[in-house]
Design a protein around this ligand. Structure first.
Ligand SMILES: C[S@@+](CC[C@H](N)C(=O)[O-])C[C@H]1O[C@@H](n2cnc3c(N)ncnc32)[C@H](O)[C@@H]1O
Length: 213
């Protein structure tokens, strides 16, 4: 089973995102917002479906969930979860929001539990992306929806891919790695990736749709 650790230091990431928390939406909102918003065009809108969002951050996506969603959001940063709870408290969407500090590498949920798992800009911030992808696969129901929004390293052999490799040590200081092929990691974990749609600035992001076979 593949478990290649990335260059990410989990303790560093937790501290960094807790530091970013008060101004996260302001700094990253414009950059990440369009892709995040577009991803919700692909979300199944069945009422009462059970949704897990990993790396929920300050809850920037909560307003996009359809009414009557049974929502669980987790994040490694307690500051982010606190911020997400404030957003949830101000929403009157008829959904149930449960927000909890948790490591996406060890999800404390039973197998086959969620109809949907959403992962927006988180897989490149974790040390063991393959383990996180396996956890996503474990907790989603067979046939359930998996949506990841992320930058993903360009194809092997491309010049831009090599630039992304060189940039990775710098970008990991800012909060994510650029040298991870997220689509490949998802496939290797056993997620059946069905489609990847380009998004965000210069089309550098992907909305990656998958399922549990
Ligand atoms: C780039 S932010 C994305 C936040 C939000 N999903 C968004 O779309 O803006 C990455 C988030 O993942 C969280 N994170 C990093 N490592 C994690 C882990 N191992 N488990 C859970 N959350 C993690 C960070 O605390 C941060 O809130």
């Amino acid at each position: 089973m593949s478990s290649r650790k990335s260059r990410v230091n989990p303790g560093y990431m937790e501290k960094l995102y807790s530091f970013y928390c008060p101004f996260y939406d302001w700094v990253f909102g414009k950059l990440l917002g369009p892709g995040r918003r577009k991803a919700f065009n692909y979300l199944s809108r069945r009422p009462d479906q059970r949704v897990l969002e990993i790396g929920v951050g300050p809850g920037s996506t909560l307003e996009f969930y359809p009414p009557r969603t049974d929502f669980v959001g987790i994040d490694i940063s307690a500051a982010m979860i606190e911020e997400a709870r404030k957003k949830a408290a101000n929403l009157n969407s008829g959904s149930r929001f449960h927000l909890q500090v948790m490591d996406a590498t060890n999800l404390e949920f039973p197998d086959n539990h969620f109809d949907v798992v959403m992962a927006a800009f988180v897989i490149t911030t974790v040390q063991d992306p393959h383990k996180v992808c396996r956890e996503i696969l474990r907790v989603v129901k067979p046939g359930g929806q998996i949506i990841a929004v992320n930058h993903t390293r360009s194809q092997n052999g491309s010049l831009w891919g090599r630039v992304e490799d060189v940039m990775a040590p710098l970008f990991v200081r800012i909060g994510f790695t650029t040298d991870l092929d997220v689509i490949k990691a998802m496939n290797e974990a056993g997620i059946s990736v069905q489609e990847a749609v380009r998004c965000n600035l210069l089309n550098t992001g992907r909305i990656i749709m998958g399922t549990k076979p």
